[in-house]
Design a protein around this ligand. Sequence first.
Ligand code: CU
Length: 71
Amino acid sequence: MKITLKIKGMSCEHCKMRVEKALSAIQGVSKVDVSLFWKNATIEASSDIPDEKLKGAITEAGYEVTDIKRK
Ligand SMILES: [Cu+2]
């Protein structure tokens, strides 16, 4: 499934890399695509990942999730 996260606080390539790393480390995540322009991240996951887990990973990296969409 595809999950799109709106992320607050990313401003440069370094932020992008931190977010990519944090999301890639979550079990079940196979693909991570972070956009600095759109301030979001789209991930491909083998099964659903709870909001808490996604938010936790991003918070730990120093950013904030403001919205999560699944499809
Ligand atoms: Cu940065």
